[in-house]
Design a protein around this ligand. Structure first.
Ligand code: C5P
Length: 242
């Protein structure tokens, strides 16, 4: 599997399916077009670790394992260690789980990398899901705007030793300013101008997201729902270079 340091381009394609054949077919077609592939809860819960290995074998690309862990520190540390043999390049935990949970996850990621002789994954905090509005947040007991909460959780993620956060492209410029050049930012919610928005609401183009400070972008349906997945991905890459 390619290490993150040798990633071809900053695009992770979200392979959102529970179907093993579909995921491996997309992965094989995208092997020389995208930077990496993202597999999440839908696929992992249906196909497990074996399914993940099948997909990464089909493309040999960096794996973004998006399982968004959130539990007590000991359990999250155990979960981080449990997936280390899958050699994820990037993985996610919920920042709202708190400082002790994030510190335990970071320690577990370091220890597992030594134990399995693999590169340590980038450990990314999920701040506020972009599907949540200010009102949704207030219903959970959080006062203030989502941007306030995103900034607070991103700062906490950094203090706890995480490598970066997942955020909306609209938050990227603020977080880049708050947290400096080395803190990684990954943004979903991006759409090339020629693609349908689907259910994403506050979107930016991939080029705009990168210009705002994102290190990597996650793109799903504009690639996976295209008639020719590799061609769609290559078109996005060409637009980034323009
Ligand atoms: O198809 P689309 O490009 O909208 O896929 C985006 C991917 O990013 C999906 O896997 C989705 O779960 C994920 N995501 C998101 N918004 C977040 C966090 C993750 O769209 N806030």
């Amino acid at each position: 599997m390619t290490p993150l340091s040798k990633i071809r381009n900053p695009i992770f394609c979200a392979l959102d399916t529970s179907d093993l054949g579909q995921a491996t077919s997309w992965a094989a077609k995208l092997a020389d077009a995208v930077g990496g592939v993202k597999l999440g809860l839908e696929f992992f819960n249906a196909r497990g670790a074996k399914g993940i290995t099948d997909v990464t074998r089909a493309c040999e690309l960096p794996l973004f394992l998006d399982l968004k862990f959130h539990d007590i520190p000991n359990t999250v540390a155990g979960a981080v260690k449990a997936v280390a043999p899958l050699k994820p390049a990037v993985m996610t935990i919920h920042a709202v789980g708190g400082r002790a949970m994030m510190e335990a996850a970071a320690k577990a990621a370091r220890e597992a990398a030594e134990e399995y002789l693999v590169d340590r994954p980038l450990l990314m905090g999920v701040t506020v899901l972009t599907s949540m509005s200010d009102e949704d947040l207030s219903e959970t007991g959080v006062a203030g705007t989502t941007l306030d909460q995103v900034r607070r959780l991103a700062e906490l993620s950094k203090m706890a030793g995480l490598d970066g956060v997942i955020c909306s492209p609209h938050e990227a410029a603020t977080l880049r300013q708050d947290l400096g050049p080395n803190f990684k930012l990954i943004t979903p919610g991006v759409r090339p101008v020629w693609a349908a928005a689907n259910d994403q609401k506050r979107i930016m183009t991939p080029a705009e997201a990168l210009a705002a400070g994102a290190d990597y972008v996650v793109i799903g349906r504009p690639i996976t729902a295209a008639p020719d997945q590799a061609a769609a991905a290559k078109r996005i890459v060409m637009e980034l270079a323009a």
